[in-house]
Design a protein around this ligand. Structure first.
Ligand code: DC
Length: 222
C-alpha cells in the first residue's frame, strides 16, 4: 500500500478507539492521530490561563496563538510535551466542555485536516468520518454497550486504586455519551459510509484484525 490513505475511527468514549488505532497504526506503519488529545490540550490551556468556559474574544485570541502537534506518539501544546498532563479528570471535563465550542472545533479540525493530507494516517475521534476526513478511504464506527464500556473503565480505575463505584462510572459514561451526541456543532454520529463494529463481545485482537483485514485484505499481512 504505497499510496497515501486515511482511516477514520469514530465512536463513544470507552469503546477502545485509541487502543485499536494505536495497534493498527503500528501494524500498517502509519501515523496515529489522537484528536481527543488535541481537545484536551486546548482544555488544559484554558484552565492554565483561567479563560472562562464560554466562547468569547479571549478564547478566540488564545486559539489564534495556539499550536497542537504530535511527534513520536507524544502531544505538544505550543512546543511543550503535555501528554501526561492532559489525562486528569479536570482536563477531561475541560476538553468535553470546550469541544462544544464552534471556534475550538474550527481551529482543531483545520489542524487535523492538514495532518491527514501529508501522509497516511489513522485518526480517531467523534467527527472524523463525518467532518474531518469526510473522504477517508476507510471509516469505522466503533462502539460497545454503555454497560460494557463502563465495566472496562471501572476495571481500569480500580487497577489505579480508585474507589469509584461501577454505578458512578456508568452514570459518567451515559453523561458523556449524551454530551457528545447532542451538542450543536458536529455531534457524534455514525457516517453513512462507516462500517459499524460492536466490540461488546470482541477482544482487542479481534477488532484489530477486523480493521486490518478491511483495509488491506488478508493476504497482505502474511
Ligand atoms: O477521546 P477523548 O476522551 O480523549 O476526548 C476528549 C474530549 O474531546 C471528549 O469529551 C470528546 C471530545 N472530542 C471531540 O469532540 N471531537 C473529537 N474529534 C475528539 C474528541
Amino acid at each position: 500500500m504505497s499510496k497515501i490513505f486515511q482511516i477514520a475511527i469514530d465512536g463513544p468514549s470507552g469503546a477502545g478507539k485509541s487502543t485499536i488505532a494505536k495497534r493498527v497504526a503500528a501494524e500498517l506503519a502509519i501515523d496515529y492521530i489522537d484528536t481527543g488529545a488535541m481537545y484536551r490540550a486546548v482544555g488544559l490551556k484554558m484552565l492554565r490561563l483561567g479563560i472562562p468556559m464560554e466562547e468569547n474574544e479571549t478564547l478566540f485570541e488564545m486559539l489564534a496563538n495556539t499550536d497542537v502537534d504530535f511527534s513520536e506518539g507524544r502531544v505538544y501544546l505550543d512546543g511543550e510535551d503535555v501528554s501526561n498532563l492532559i489525562r486528569t479528570q479536570e482536563v477531561s471535563k475541560a476538553a468535553s466542555d470546550c469541544s462544544a465550542f464552534a471556534t475550538v472545533r474550527r481551529k482543531l479540525v483545520e489542524l487535523q485536516q492538514a495532518m491527514g493530507k501529508r501522509k497516511s494516517v489513522i485518526m480517531d475521534g467523534r467527527d472524523i468520518g463525518t467532518v474531518v476526513l469526510k473522504d477517508a478511504e476507510y471509516k469505522f464506527y466503533l462502539t460497545a454497550t454503555a454497560e460494557e464500556r463502563a465495566m472496562r473503565r471501572f476495571k481500569e480505575l480500580q487497577a489505579k486504586g480508585s474507589t469509584d463505584t461501577y454505578e458512578k462510572v456508568l452514570e459518567d459514561v451515559n453523561k458523556r455519551d449524551y454530551n457528545d451526541m447532542h451538542r450543536d456543532v458536529d455531534p457524534l454520529r455514525q457516517a453513512e459510509d462507516a462500517v459499524l463494529i460492536d466490540s461488546t463481545n470482541m477482544s482487542i485482537e479481534e477488532v484489530v484484525d477486523f480493521v486490518i483485514e478491511a483495509v488491506t485484505g488478508e493476504d497482505i499481512r502474511k
